[in-house]
Write a new protein. Structure first.
Ligand code: ADP
Length: 158
């Protein structure tokens, strides 16, 4: 079974990493798909986001790769012959968004299914957007992102 995990990952944080590590046990192969041009304000280039993910995934995990994609996630999944799209659910409004998107993806590519994993308790409130805002204002996000991301945020905001 093959899955893709699409997202902006701007930047990767511990909530994303927790999901990747858990999903690597669920799928034979997982591709972390970095969306090249999200509509939201982006801090890191696609290449920087890929590097940050590469350097933060536990090296003992061998069945995960990272690629940049553009266009529809379902088309990208189909081209990779992946059967599943992985998404994460934090408490609250993620469900409505993910549910609506999963139905649209199902309409576009009925053979691809969406698998959602619940966020672990300690990462329920972790959002890339909040991490960027707190870092920009000089706050400490040490427990929320891997150390290479801390360094990269310092370079952007110092
Ligand atoms: P964010 O919402 O943090 O800006 P992305 O757009 O990169 O992140 O999200 C990609 C996927 O990861 C989405 O399915 C999102 O719900 C999920 N995700 C984001 N943060 C978490 C978290 N803390 N725990 C579990 N899943 C998460």
């Amino acid at each position: 079974m093959k899955g893709i995990y699409p997202g902006s990952f701007d930047p990767i944080h511990n909530g994303h990493l927790d999901l990747i590590h858990r999903a690597s046990k669920l799928f034979d192969h997982l591709t972390v798909a970095v969306y090249s041009e999200p509509e939201k304000n982006i801090l890191f280039t696609a290449e920087e986001r890929v590097k940050l993910i590469e350097n933060s995934i536990n090296s003992s995990i061998k069945n995960v790769d990272i690629v940049v994609f553009s266009g529809l996630a379902v088309e990208f999944a189909k081209n990779l012959q992946a059967e599943f799209i992985l998404r994460g659910l934090r408490a609250g409004f993620d469900f409505e968004l993910e549910f609506e998107m999963a139905l649209m993806w199902k309409k576009l590519q009925p053979e691809i299914d969406v698998v959602c994993l619940m966020s672990s308790l300690e990462y329920q409130f972790v959002y890339s957007s909040r991490i960027k805002e707190v870092s920009r204002l000089g706050g400490n996000v040490t427990d929320l992102v891997p150390s290479n991301v801390i360094d990269a945020l310092k370079v952007k905001f110092d």
